[in-house]
Design a protein around this ligand. Structure first.
Ligand SMILES: N[C@@H](CCC(=O)N[C@@H](CS)C(=O)NCC(=O)O)C(=O)O
Length: 226
């Protein structure tokens, strides 16, 4: 990060896996950025100023000049299109390559994040806020297992990453959900364990982890009922 006063990139949000996706991407691209370290359920996402940036009142939010984007996947997709990519990073040079990256991103964001892990988070870890729903949680766990095993089978390329030897935004999203699943003590297939360990070795991941969780991973990120 630079000490320059004229930051062009600003990122709102810390202490969340969704925010870490943005920091990881920024570190992969060696970008300079300013962090506005607000957290969820602290009231900071509900202020008038923040609501103007994102009426949905959620982090992360990204600003570059006049461009303001929310939704972690949309943010990192934009970053891949907007900024120069380093050697070994696959942005999807052809529509076909881009479609495969998008296919994985949408799969992770819908099947793993929204339909499975976030449901467990809302109705187990945050049940005081969103209400208890043990049957829905059990079903989401089962669904996650089915989908992550299917994803492991689908990863048939030369590896080690989703797009082969090149890293991509799909790897950021998938690793983020694997970390989330492991924090929730869900089983992931051995192939995904190996893949996750490799992603953790990346310098960008390690830097982003420290930036996202300056005080360590909060207990609320873990599963409360297990
Ligand atoms: N689909 C969104 C989800 C964003 C989201 O749920 N953010 C949480 C933190 S991880 C949040 O801001 N919650 C605010 C609150 O509930 O107060 C994304 O991927 O960016």
């Amino acid at each position: 990060m630079s000490g320059d006063n004229e930051y062009k990139i600003m990122v709102w949000g810390v202490e969340s896996g969704r925010c870490m996706r943005v920091y990881w991407m920024a570190e992969e691209l060696s970008l300079d950025y300013q962090i506005i370290p607000i957290t969820s359920r602290s009231g900071e996402t509900l202020t008038a100023d923040f609501s103007t940036l994102n009426p949905v009142q959620k982090i992360p939010v990204f600003k570059y000049g006049e461009t303001i984007i929310s939704e972690s996947a949309a943010i990192i997709m934009y970053m891949a299109d907007k900024f120069p990519l380093p050697e070994g990073f696959c942005g999807g040079k052809t529509p076909e390559l881009k479609a495969i990256i998008s296919q994985w991103c949408f799969f992770v964001m819908t099947e793993l994040d929204a339909h499975s892990l976030y449901l467990i988070r809302r109705h187990d870890s945050l049940r005081e806020v969103y209400g208890e729903a043990p049957e829905a949680v059990a079903s989401a766990e089962e669904y996650f297992t089915k989908q992550i095993n299917a994803a492991a089978e689908k990863m048939t390329g030369d590896g080690p990453y989703i797009m082969g030897s090149s890293f991509s935004i799909a790897d950021i999203l998938l690793t983020s959900c694997l970390d989330w699943a492991v924090a929730y003590q869900l089983q992931i297939p051995p192939k995904m364990e190996t893949y996750r360990a490799l992603a953790h070795d990346r310098e960008g991941y390690q830097k982003a982890l420290k930036i996202t969780y300056p005080n360590g991973i909060p207990a609320t990120m873990l599963r409360s009922s297990k």
